[in-house]
Design a protein around this ligand. Structure first.
Ligand SMILES: *Cc1c(COP(=O)(O)O)cnc(C)c1O
Length: 464
């Protein structure tokens, strides 16, 4: 270390002195004195150990440098917290952005339930009541099933179902349906965890009813069908429909479990989307248990819903595991409000996921035109903004390879990566995507109530 640097290190301020600086008052109040002290010590230690750090020559300048670095650390801590994000990626169910954004009514229900609630008490009698009973009734009403149970997610639903009905026994599944979801949930591993023997039938691309029939042995306790949500087997392929499978299972006195994944309650083909398994169809076709996620096409909170035969649901409920996988009152409240919207027939108007997926491209374009006008009216360089035709994706491990025509605000004229970073760190954070060196904000996934924030964020990020 050179002499000048050694001299300047002697000018480093005391921790206490830095903490007194007005710039750090807000951070100290918010994160506490202990955290702020750690940050100051960290910055001082870094300056001491980094021989290449160019320290200014006077104490006041050094102190300001330290304060600025501590403020950066405080801002980084703020950026790590959970906060609202404007989704301009065009991916409707964005796993990293929390999958389905809740409907307004569901958000309000969560806020109300966050206080003391009647989650396990019957208000009419004042006695203890079954947890989640009202939500389960709603699950039955919208799906046509006899009984329901809500757990933490669809992965938990699969685990609980296999463990309860088949531990130490055998379950038959098609080779083409041994899925992996999200990098760590691999069906063969789940079977192992639940101590269930996997009986794979058919081939990757073709499985026929006879394959299932031939695989049934005395130790077989169920047939499982899993929807290949996040991939497609195309070309020369064949699989067995749920009604045929249910018929076979019934004739052998076995239950059939249908993991449909996305929790779709409607035919989406009129909106130009491909066929997804519909929960009510599976129930009607005779599936004994149907499993699905709450935060995919159902458009609700993260949870896993199991609907079906009352005696089987009762067995799941009695498994001690069920307690470990149960959902909290906030989830119950959000799910209840979401299901009420489905029951009332207003899902495509009020549930963001379905509204965004079904929005005609012309409606997205019209919103784009008016946003573009607002941006250009107030921008220092209006020509940086334009409107561009793009394609959105459903995402979230649903409808793979499917795209939907959409429109995006394109921002040119500067480094797209830097602009994207600025928008992410804004308040609220804005996420877009980069294509051909231009930042795109796909308007299909931007909530209408986020538009003012989006305009403000874009103008602030492109000011210079
Ligand atoms: C998404 C999905 C799951 C996992 O659902 P989570 O709610 O994310 O646990 C399981 N099975 C299928 C078929 C799915 O599509």
């Amino acid at each position: 270390m050179d002499n000048a640097k050694r001299m300047n290190l002697r000018l480093l301020p005391a921790v206490e002195r830095v903490l007194q600086r007005s710039e750090l008052v807000a951070a100290t109040t918010r994160y506490g004195r202990a955290a702020a002290t750690d940050w100051v010590r960290h910055v001082l230690a870094e300056l001491r150990s980094d021989a290449s750090a160019n320290l200014p020559a006077d104490a006041a300048a050094i102190e300001s440098l330290v304060v600025a670095r501590v403020v950066e650390l405080a801002e980084a801590a703020a950026a790590r917290r959970l906060r609202r994000v404007v989704n301009g990626t065009g991916i409707v169910l964005h796993t990293n952005l929390g999958r389905a954004p809740l409907a307004r009514a569901a958000i309000e229900a969560v806020v109300e339930a966050a206080q003391c609630t009647n989650v396990e008490v019957d208000l009419a009698t004042g006695r203890r009541g079954p947890r989640g009973a009202a939500v389960e009734t709603l699950c039955c009403e919208v799906t046509g099933a006899a009984a329901a149970l809500v757990v933490n997610n669809c992965a938990a639903a699969t685990l609980l179902t296999l463990q309860t009905l088949a531990a130490g026994r055998r379950v038959v599944i098609s080779r083409g349906q041994l899925i992996e979801i999200g990098g760590s949930f691999r069906l063969p591993d789940v079977f192992r965890q639940a101590d269930v023997e996997l009986s794979e039938v058919g081939t990757t691309n073709r499985t026929r009813l006879a394959d299932y029939a031939d695989a049934i042995r005395p130790e077989t306790v169920a047939l499982l069908r899993v929807h290949p949500s996040n991939y497609r087997i195309a070309g020369f392929c064949e699989s067995v429909a749920i009604d045929e499978l249910a018929e076979l299972a019934q004739s052998r006195g076995l239950p059939v479990i249908d993991d449909v994944g996305s929790g779709c309650l409607y035919d989406l083909t009129p909106y130009g989307l491909p066929e997804e398994p519909i929960v009510q169809h599976s129930v009607r076709a005779g599936a004994d248990l149907v499993l699905f996620s709450g935060d995919k096409l159902l458009g609700g909170p993260q949870c896993g819903v199991i609907v079906g035969r009352a005696d089987l649901i009762e067995r799941l409920r009695k498994n001690p595991f069920a307690r470990a996988l149960r959902v909290d009152k906030l989830t119950l409240a959000a799910l209840e409000a979401t299901l009420e919207i489905h029951r009332a027939g207003r899902a495509f108007e009020e549930i963001p996921t379905l509204r965004q997926l079904s929005l005609p491209a012309e409606a997205v374009e019209a919103r784009g035109r008016s946003l573009l006008e607002r941006l250009r009216a107030d921008a220092t360089m209006p020509e940086r903004f334009s409107l561009q035709q793009v394609v959105s994706a459903p995402g979230g491990g649903t409808l793979p390879e499917q795209t939907v025509p959409s429109w995006a605000v394109a921002v040119g004229g500067s480094n797209a990566d830097r602009l994207a970073a600025r928008l992410r760190l804004g308040s609220p954070a804005v996420f877009g995507r980069i294509e051909n060196e231009r930042l795109l904000i796909d308007l299909r996934t931007v909530m209408p109530e986020d538009e003012d924030d989006l305009v403000r964020g874009l103008l602030a990020a492109t000011k210079d």
